[in-house]
Ligand binder design. Structure first.
Ligand code: C2E
Ligand code: MG
Ligand code: MG
Ligand code: MG
Length: 274
């Protein structure tokens, strides 16, 4: 009887699925060690103005796995969000980005750069999130006005009043907020009315299709107009071609990020591209 049920349960776990689960469990185990083993690093991607001058950077997390090499955040962030490892990992990113701001602060050519840090909803919703950000700014000596936190629409689906309150507390110190991947989430536009955002970040999927797809073009054009009416800044991400840049410029976008201007690179390569 036991053998029978054993065979039955195997029907639900074919070898491919089993291998997948195993790989995932191993990745999760490795992820638990990664912070202690110093396997994370940050690459920075330029954000530029109309003159292609770098005005800021986005901090993008990288995991240098001892056996598997560089693992992209698309692969491990969702896992880290599920098991809440994103909280200590996110804190590490924040701390490292703030230290970078301080390193630039003494150099007139770099002191005006902002650093955008991605914050997962799990991290933002942590009890002590605001205190932790303030403590990190305080401990590192970073200028809060140079720190931009990138949040996504998914953050606003639950308890928007709590989110609003936390944002307001951080904004009192000068921290700014950018809405990442704008237009790809599930929340209604009403949060734009209630939440104190500073910038919308046009998702790269719309930018990518801009010149081929009328709907994408319409969404991007409307987003830019919307930001003007709401007195928000706007940045287009995923800009890869001159044609995309000209189109965006013609439609009123003044800030850009994408491979056209620079890929995410280690900090030293930001200023001395190879
Ligand atoms: P995101 O915040 O929307 O970041 C933009 C992604 O687009 C980055 O991928 C960047 O490398 C990529 N990208 C930039 N320019 C171009 C372009 O011109 N063309 C194309 N095709 N792609 C471009 P990356 O670094 O793989 O990061 C993926 C996502 O992982 C990020 O999307 C963000 O959601 C998440 N992530 C990265 N670092 C962190 C972090 O420190 N904390 C959290 N919570 N999430 C992070
Ligand atoms: Mg981002
Ligand atoms: Mg994005
Ligand atoms: Mg994204």
């Amino acid at each position: 009887q036991a053998k029978q049920s054993g065979r039955n349960s195997q029907c639900f776990f074919d070898p491919a699925m089993q291998a997948q689960l195993h790989a995932r469990a191993r990745l999760e185990g490795d992820l638990r060690q990664a912070l202690a083993n110093n396997e994370f690093l940050i690459h920075y991607q330029p954000q530029v103005d109309v003159e292609r001058r770098m005005i800021g950077v986005e901090a993008l997390l990288r995991w240098q796995h001892p056996q598997r090499g560089m693992i992209s955040p698309g692969e491990f962030i969702p896992l880290a969000e599920e098991n809440r490892l994103i909280v200590p990992i996110g804190n590490w990113v924040l701390e490292t980005a703030c230290r970078q701001l301080v390193a630039w602060a003494g150099d007139p050519a770099r002191a005006d750069l902002t650093v955008s840090v991605n914050v997962s909803p799990q991290q933002f919703r942590e009890e002590q999130f605001v205190e932790r950000v303030l403590a990190t700014l305080d401990r590192t000596g970073a200028d809060p006005a140079r720190l931009k936190l990138e949040v996504t629409e998914s953050l606003f689906v639950k308890d928007p009043d709590d989110v609003r309150e936390s944002m307001i507390r951080l904004k009192e110190y000068g921290v700014t907020f950018s809405l990442d991947d704008f237009g790809t989430g599930y929340s209604s536009l009403s949060y734009l009315k209630r939440l104190p955002l500073d910038q919308l970040k046009i998702d790269q999927s719309f930018v990518h299709d801009l010149l081929e797809d009328e709907a994408s073009a319409a969404i991007v054009a409307s987003t830019i107009v919307l930001t003007e009416s709401l007195h928000l800044a706007v940045i287009a991400e995923g800009v890869e071609t001159e044609e995309q840049r000209s189109w965006l410029l013609a439609h009123g976008c003044r800030t850009f990020q994408g491979y056209l201007f620079g890929r995410p690179v280690p900090v030293d390569a930001l200023f001395f591209p190879c």
